[in-house]
Design a protein around this ligand. Structure first.
Ligand code: ADP
Length: 450
């Protein structure tokens, strides 16, 4: 039911009423039944009118409700527009601002009312205006631009990086009567302005960190390469020094006076010490470059640990330290690289002896579960400060790195042990109390696989 139809209906009833009135005035002797029919007809017409009126009222109510809904939506949009964290602007095709929200006004450091009517280009730094204009011209051919990054210059503020997303507005009047209604044609642009200064700064930071990382990687590569070259170059002459000294001692032992013998023996001892250091450096550089492959085979773990402990027993005895091994493992056969596993044990054991002055060193072999075994090296030595515990597996790290330190070493033993254990898919951990001693714990798979 619409208004027009309702009007027609009212007109019809009016005409019928007139007709009845006319007939009544025509016939003076109005018959009773004619009068009754006329009244009946009038009643029906009135009833129809009432139904139509009802329908109209209902429609009216629906319309009012719909209008309220539209108003709620409009208010919601307005609130969203106003309170959005990003700046929103609407400009006409010349780039003049016709609508702006609070965030936009804040970004451009100007009150909303002053912003309206200003050209957006006013807020673009001079040196970027040309590019901005060119982009604006291209914008006419596009429906939208996403994430257009430019610099904006707020009023009396410093330039910031902004990301603009622009959408074409079509066929709607903007800002009241400023733009005429043009169905379907572009009439302006909607701009989303986002301050991306912190993102830019983060990107910049990331770039510089990546660069630093690259430089560090490069430096690390150079370092390991240098270590490997130096070690090779040192090892060859050192081996011949050692070889010839040993030959000298063997061949002319009886000819040498004790003082001379002692000197050659010292050359050999120092040479061996130096060779061990060079070997460590070589191993480390190989491990760093993933050039070290394990030579896996079945071996008896208890036998290996016992032999290693016995090799180092003389060092412990020199310091009057006890050295005890306790093995509690049903099946001692494991799969590993015996040379490298021995190297891990030697590094841990020699440290334990080196850093212990009284008491002793205790080695324990256990079966952790069906698939893992554990070797522990405990000592009653000087211990390691808690703050150092996370660092000691780093290469060249020493708790006391002063030149006046009491203990020899270059800080590669634990780094090598750690890298080797990782290569064996195991873990190495340490617990220590300063002045009381340390416990190094190596957990390994029973069968190391490539
Ligand atoms: P190095 O023994 O050649 O100095 P390591 O890498 O073997 O190098 O050990 C690094 C540092 O960790 C040592 O200098 C020492 O400060 C500390 N450390 C290692 N083992 C022990 C231990 N059993 N007791 C006390 N400190 C230790």
């Amino acid at each position: 039911m619409n208004l027009e139809k309702f009007g027609q209906q009212v007109e019809e009833v009016r005409q019928r009423g007139q007709l009845l009135q006319y007939r009544a005035s025509e016939s003076s002797r109005l018959q009773e039944d004619t009068l009754l029919r006329a009244l009946e007809e009038l009643g029906t017409a009135l009833e129809e009118l009432r139904v139509a009126e009802e329908e109209l009222r209902e429609q009216n109510e629906q319309l009012t409700f719909a209008n309220q809904q539209v108003e709620v939506e409009r208010q919601r949009y307005q609130e969203l527009f106003d309170l959005a964290p990003d700046g929103y602007l609407v400009t006409n095709l010349e780039g003049k601002i016709v609508e702006a929200n609070s965030a936009a006004a804040q970004l451009l450091n100007i009150s909303k009312s002053f912003l309206i009517g200003k050209a957006l280009i006013n807020f673009v730094p001079e040196e970027e205006r040309r590019a901005f204009r060119t982009q604006l011209l291209q914008l006419s051919d596009m429906e939208r631009i996403q994430e257009w990054e430019i610099c904006l210059q707020p009023r009396k503020g410093s330039i910031f990086h902004a990301s603009l997303s622009v959408t074409t507005v079509r066929g709607r009047a903007l800002g009241g009567s400023q733009i005429q209604h043009q169905q379907g044609k572009p009439v302006g642009w909607r701009w989303l302005v986002r301050d991306i200064t912190s993102r830019k700064q983060a990107e910049e930071k990331l770039r510089s960190i990546q660069l630093q990382n690259l430089e560090l990687q490069q430096a690390a590569r150079v370092k390991t390469q240098m270590m490997s070259v130096v070690s090779h170059e040192l090892r060859t002459p050192l081996n011949s020094i050692l070889g010839f000294s040993q030959l000298l001692l063997q061949r002319y032992y009886n000819l040498f006076v004790p003082e001379l013998r002692d000197m050659v023996e010292r050359i050999i001892k120092s040479g061996k010490h130096l060779l061990a250091l060079i070997e460590s450096m070589l191993d480390f550089s190989k491990l760093e470059r993933d050039r070290l492959a394990l030579n896996l085979q079945e071996l008896n773990l208890v036998e290996l640990v016992t032999a290693t402990v016995e090799e180092l027993r003389c060092l412990a005895e020199q310091k009057n330290l006890t050295l005890v091994l306790h093995a509690n493992i049903k099946n001692p056969i494991i799969v590993n690289d015996s040379v490298r596993l021995r190297q891990v044990l030697v590094n841990l054991l020699s440290n334990a002896i080196k850093f212990t002055d009284t008491g002793g060193v205790f080695v324990e072999v256990q079966q952790l579960n069906q698939k893992q075994i554990v070797v522990m090296v405990k000592d009653t030595g000087i211990g390691i400060p808690e703050s150092q515990l996370t660092h000691i597996f780093q290469e060249f790290w020493q708790v006391d790195s002063s030149t006046a330190r009491k203990h020899s070493g270059i800080g590669l033993g634990l780094a090598i042990a750690d890298k080797l254990v990782r290569l064996m898919k195991g873990t190495i951990t340490v617990e220590s109390n300063l002045g009381e001693g340390s416990t190094f714990r190596v957990e390994l798979p029973r069968e190391v696989v490539h």
